[in-house]
Write a protein that binds this ligand. Structure first.
Ligand SMILES: NC(=O)C1=CN([C@@H]2O[C@H](COP(=O)(O)OP(=O)(O)OC[C@H]3O[C@@H](n4cnc5c(N)ncnc54)[C@H](O)[C@@H]3O)[C@@H](O)[C@H]2O)C=CC1
Ligand SMILES: O=C([O-])CC(=O)C(=O)O
Length: 327
């Protein structure tokens, strides 16, 4: 995909940490390529519009050749008008005393509205990536309110988990990250996610070979990847921002420009009913991008160890979806 007209990219929560860490790299061409002009739309809550205006001023000061315009909005209808890329980063954070069900309900309202507005005013080729948590369920809610947008264009970010898994494997096996391929994140972007290395290639070794050390796999690798977000919050005092922005850019870049040959990545998208995941559940799968569309890598053998973990994460997703849609 190469267009001389600017690609309209809408980023919600643009004044927040991930938004701030994303927009400068988008403007520099890291997401859509170094020959694709960009029109950026920043959507914020009214109280954070001044901060978003400050970010827009800084973008201006970057003098990015590809950046044709930056506009700040507090009205989703204006922000998503004609958008080809909708990066849904802004979400209601969990506050003190808030139960998970309250969080699901609060976000359900936000993502129902944004899904409906995208359905109405976004470009016909709109691609949606939900980053704001609970990301999978927020994407399911948005997709449910956008009947005219093909469901597979609604995705949720599990690329950060995928990248975290590659980094951990690299440390364990002592190989470069570039020598690691075919890692999969299954399920929810939550502590139940399952980073699967049974099909991976790790330098000259197979992932199954590394997985034979079950103690390391169960007590170290899987919990380190699945709880990395919490570990970052404990260390930094706030959640992953630059790595989340980096993963968001990786996700969209691969979606548009294609996954590397002989590899795949992980993306959460509405299940078409494969790998025992009920239709419509926004679940992370192994995916390749072909001609700008995600295709789930089918036919992988799922052993009993993996099956139990995928099923547990899918059960959580089903419960979240019920809670969000009935709230
Ligand atoms: N899927 C993933 O891998 C990851 C997801 N996250 C999630 O990403 C989200 C954003 O994280 P941060 O940027 O660190 O948070 P942040 O709190 O720094 O920024 C969020 C921004 O969103 C805005 N916002 C809230 N509701 C909005 C709405 N309805 N429309 C437009 N803007 C809205 C807020 O005003 C705020 O500026 C959080 O939900 C976080 O849990 C964070 C890390 C990784
Ligand atoms: O819980 C959070 O907000 C952070 C998060 O999703 C992650 O770092 O994976």
């Amino acid at each position: 995909m190469r267009r001389s007209a600017p690609a309209v990219v809408t980023v919600t929560g643009a004044a927040g940490s991930i938004g701030y860490a994303s927009v400068f790299r988008i403007a520099a061409g890291a997401m859509l390529g170094h020959d694709q002009p960009i029109a950026l739309r920043l959507l914020e809550l009214p109280q954070s519009v001044p901060a978003a205006v400050g970010t827009a001023m800084e973008l201006d000061d970057g003098a990015f050749g590809l950046l044709k315009s930056v506009d700040v909005f507090d009205d989703p209808r204006k922000a998503f008008d004609g958008a080809s890329f909708a990066l849904l980063v802004g979400a209601r954070p969990r506050s003190k005393g808030m139960e998970r069900a309250d969080l699901l309900a609060a976000n359900s309202d936000i993502f129902a509205l944004q899904g409906a507005v995208i359905n109405e005013v976004a470009a016909d080729d709109v691609r949606v990536i939900v980053v704001g948590n609970p990301a999978n369920t927020n994407a399911a809610v948005a997709a449910a309110h956008a009947p005219e947008v093909p469901p597979q264009r609604f995705t949720a970010l599990t690329r950060l988990d995928h990248n975290r898994a590659i980094a951990q494997l690299s440390h364990r096996a002592g190989v470069e990250v570039g020598e690691i391929s075919r890692v999969t994140i299954w399920g929810n972007h939550s502590a139940t996610q399952y980073p699967d290395i049974f099909h991976a290639r790790v330098g000259g070794r197979s992932g199954a070979d590394l997985a034979a050390d079950r103690e390391w796999l169960v007590d170290d690798f899987i919990p380190t990847v699945a709880r990395r977000g919490t570990a970052i919050i404990e260390a930094r005092g706030s959640s992953s921002a630059a790595s989340a922005a980096n993963a968001t850019i990786d996700h969209v870049r691969d979606w548009v420009l294609g996954t590397p040959a002989d590899d795949w990545t992980s993306t959460a998208l509405p299940s078409p009913g494969v790998y025992g995941v009920p239709e419509g559940i926004v679940c992370s799968f192994p995916v390749r991008s072909v001609d700008g569309q995600w295709e789930i890598v089918e036919g992988l053998e799922i052993n009993g160890f993996s099956r139990a973990r995928i099923d547990a994460s899918v059960a959580e997703l089903e419960a979240e979806r019920v809670a969000a849609l009935t709230s």
